[in-house]
Structure formats: C-alpha cells, structure tokens
Design a protein around this ligand. Structure first.
Ligand SMILES: O=C(O)C1=C[C@@H](OP(=O)(O)O)[C@@H](O)[C@H](O)C1
Ligand SMILES: C=C(OP(=O)(O)O)C(=O)O
Length: 468
C-alpha cells in the first residue's frame, strides 16, 4: 500500500517537540530526521516506563475494584490509547501528575458497552489485551487501529476467545481489524496451547479467563514475558506457573477472583533502554548510565547477547518493585564480535532484534539471529525492514528462512535513507546506526517514535547524539 494511503487511516498523533513539550501533530506530515557521527556519549538517563507494564496497569486497574495508583506510566501514544479505551469501557482513568495516573475500576466482567469504536492506533498489545478483557464482559465493542495494526493477525486472539464463548465479526481478510467482539455471557475456562510464543495471546486468554468459573490454563512451548501473571497476583488473583518442557511454561488462573486495585510502580522499559545502550556501545569512548531498567529475566535476552559480543555493560543498584526487578546499567563503548543467537532466546528479546542488528553491523564477524518468524507480524515486517535498513547503509545482510545474518565489518558506511514503515523501532534503530556510521543516516519519518518513546530524540541529544 502506498505510504500516503496507509497514513490516511491513522488518527492525529500526540508527539513532542524537540524541547520535550507535548504537541498534536497532523499524521499526514512525515517528520524526517538524520543522525550524524557523534562524539562520545556521556551522562545518565532514565528511559520512560515499560510499555508492557503500563498497558497492563491500566487494564487491570480498570478490571479491579477500588483505586489503582500508577507511577512512572509510559505516556506514549500506545498507552494513551489504552487509557482512552478503558475510559470508554466505564473505568475512571485520570492523570494526576507527570506520569502519575489513577484508575477506578469496574470489577471483573463489569465493562460497559463503549459508545464509539475503540481505536488502539499502532498498538498490538493494547488492542489484543483489551480484546481478552472485553471477551469476559457481556457487551459488544468494536476494535480498530491504524493501517499498521489493521494489517496484523488477529485470528491468534480471536480463536481462543471464541472457544471461551465470545463472538467476533470481521469483514476484513483473515479476521483482521476492524472487528466487532461480543463478550461471552457465561465464559468457559479453557486449556489453551499458544501456537506461537506470545505474551499477547497468553494475556488475552488469561484476562478473558478472569470472568470464567474454574481454571483457565495457557501452555506455551517457550516462555514469553510474564508481566500479566505477576500483576494479576499483585491485584489478588491466584495464578500458578509450572515449567513445561525444556523452555516452556504452564500457567493456570483461578477464575472469578475479586481483583483489588493496587499501587504499580512502572520501571524503565528495557526495550527502550536498548537504543541508548547500543548507541553507547558503538560510539567509541562513550560512557553512560541507564537507571531503573526492568530486569525481568524474560526481557533480558538483548543484554545477555550483547555481553556475549564483548559489550561492557555493568549492572548495579539491583532491586525489585511490585514483582518486577530493576537495576542500573553502566555502558561503555566496546569492540564487539559477531555471535550466534539461538532461537529459544527470541521471546526474551523479540522487540530488540532491530537494534541488535545495528550492533552486529558494527561488530567484527558474522552474527546469525535464528528463529525470527514473529518479526514478520509486528508493526512492520521487521525481518525485511531490518535487512533493508542495513543494506541501504552499505551493510551486507541476508535473510535465510527465519534467520537474519549480518556481516559485521567493524564500521558502517551509512549515507542511506531508511523507510520506517510506521514502525517506531525501525526509526530509532536507524538513528542509532547514524550516530556511528561514516556518513549520516536519515529516516523518512520519526513520528511513530511517539508510540513508545516520546522523549527519544531530546534524551539522546542530552547524551550527546547529533541529529539534524
Ligand atoms: O505482551 C506484551 O506486552 C508484548 C508482547 C510481545 O508481542 P507478542 O506477544 O506478539 O510476542 C512484544 O512484541 C510487544 O511489544 C509487547
Ligand atoms: C511489537 C511491539 O508492540 P505492539 O505489539 O504492542 O504493537 C513493539 O513495541 O515493538
């Protein structure tokens, strides 16, 4: 689809000016930017709150009785769309300060029918988790999103929700958005094996299972992020997790709990920290500190991989909050070498392969990243988009089935213009590459960065990044 047509479906977006003030932009205007070879990056930064935890805090707060106070919420577009949807479903959702929010929920199965379609913009997580939550209330709601989200698979969510008694109507090819979901009057608990490792599928089933009597069980062959399970427990539900096979898990939720509102402190997002982290590794002489980064072991695959590549990443101030551990990381410019990344590591770093590919391009030797089929169904086809981002900047890269192979030469020629395909992580990865490439790297549109990391450009500038 031509870009202009894709953009026509997107609503106006909230984004930030260079100074960090919030402004409303017209989504039909792409905002290009280029990154230049920069001097050593220095300083301390706290990237915004974790996106996965932020969505879940709003959704569980909306399903709980009483007050949920959230501090450190990510105020990116994806999460703001979830906040709007929870309001439309009857919860009281208020911003009480800078990244401070308060939710008064309606109780499990207590959602009211929304008067307008729920528009999740660019966000798979917000949309798919909300579908699960709505499937357990006897209401009808329409789900929609921008052109990127409309192109992403939804049968993976609809299939288990229909087994639980929900009814879904979509006139789009493959059951995609927009779709209308009728929640189940008497939801059934199920045992469900996820067809691919996906926290979004697992969470949708568990959230629908809240309204079902008895035990809802999800079995995943490879463990995906467990924030829903941890937060459900924090809000008073009974969730039992057991190992399943070599890398999997079996998760059982006891239905019809009374969820009670609870305080949530959102740690900094490791998937956002990945960008300044890789930037500091590839810009020679850099020395930065990233604070409060969540270190849930199901999210730390990138750090393990970068360390195998020879990265200097030191952890300190390790602590935990509301079931989620966090730490500070000192990251110094490092000589990296190519490595092989095994497929079973993919769920713990699924959103980080794009920026890992950038690190691999600056490494010496070949990096092979295996088992990346899920990258094809994200905001863009990230396997193709990552290969294109590298190729247009003179890096030798190959896609072999589900594997991405990057030939690292210790330096990147640069000079290319990268197509972002409505994908925030392509835009940020390309800009990171430009900070150390021989010639500037340009991206055609930075607008979608506001979905997950609205402060990316000003924060990177404060560390010494040169954008222009
Ligand atoms: O549950 C979540 O918060 C997420 C799960 C992942 O998606 P999948 O469940 O599709 O792997 C990830 O890519 C996404 O950014 C956030
Ligand atoms: C895949 C992502 O998010 P979502 O699925 O929520 O759109 C992401 O943030 O990289």
């Amino acid at each position: 689809m031509p870009k202009a047509a894709k953009r026509a479906a997107a609503p106006s977006r909230i984004t930030r000016s260079r100074e960090g003030t919030t402004i409303l932009t017209d989504s039909n205007q792409p905002t290009p930017l280029q990154a230049r070879k920069s001097g050593a990056l220095r300083g301390t930064a706290r990237v915004p709150g974790d996106k996965s935890i932020s969505h879940r805090a709003l959704i569980l707060g909306a399903l709980a009785i009483g007050e949920t106070r959230i501090s450190g919420l990510l105020e990116g577009e994806d999460v703001l769309n979830t906040a709007k949807a929870m309001r439309a479903l009857g919860a009281k959702v208020e911003r009480t300060g800078d990244c401070e929010w308060r939710v008064h929920g309606v109780g499990v199965a207590g959602f009211a029918a929304p008067e307008i379609p729920l528009d999740f913009g660019n966000s798979g997580t917000g949309c798919r988790l909300a579908m699960g939550a709505v499937a357990g209330s006897p209401i009808v709601a329409t789900f929609d999103g921008d052109a990127s989200l409309r192109s992403r698979p939804m049968r993976r969510i609809v299939d288990p929700l229909e087994l639980m008694g929900a009814k879904v109507v979509s006139s789009s090819e493959g059951g995609r958005l927009p779709l209308t979901l009728q929640g189940a009057r008497d939801p059934l608990p199920i045992l469900y094996r996820t067809p691919v490792p996906s926290a979004q599928i697992k969470s949708a089933v568990l959230l629908a299972g809240l309204s079902a009597p008895g035990i809802t069980t999800v079995i995943e062959a490879e463990a995906s992020r467990d924030h829903t399970e941890l937060m459900l427990q924090h809000f008073g539900a009974t969730v039992v997790t057991e190992p399943e096979g070599a890398h999997g898990r079996k998760i059982s939720l006891t239905g019809q709990p009374e969820l009670r509102g609870a305080p949530v402190v959102v740690p900094a997002d490791p998937s956002s920290a990945a960008f300044p982290m890789v930037a500091a590794l590839v810009v020679p002489g850099s020395d930065i500190e990233l604070t409060d980064v969540m270190t849930n072991p199901l999210r730390t695959g990138l750090i393990a991989t970068l360390r195998e590549m020879g990265a200097s990443i030191e952890e300190s101030d390790v602590r935990g909050d509301a079931g989620e551990p966090m730490a500070s990381f000192r990251v110094r410019g490092s000589k990296l070498k190519g490595v092989e990344v095994p497929p079973e590591r993919a769920p713990s770093m699924i959103d980080e392969y794009l920026v890992l590919a950038v690190a691999a391009a600056f490494a010496e030797g070949t990096t092979v990243m295996r088992g990346l089929h899920e990258l094809r169904v994200k905001e863009s086809d990230r396997l193709e988009a990552t290969a294109a981002m590298l190729r247009v900047n003179g890096v030798v890269v190959e896609i072999d089935g589900d594997d991405l192979i990057v030939e690292g030469k210790g330096q990147v020629p640069g000079g290319g213009v990268v197509a972002t395909h409505m994908d925030h992580r392509i835009a940020m990865s390309a800009l990171v590459m430009g900070l150390a490439a021989d010639r500037p790297v340009a991206v055609d549109d930075t607008g979608f960065i506001a979905t997950s990391f609205p402060d990316f450009v000003p924060m990177m500038r404060r560390l010494g990044a040169e954008f222009g």
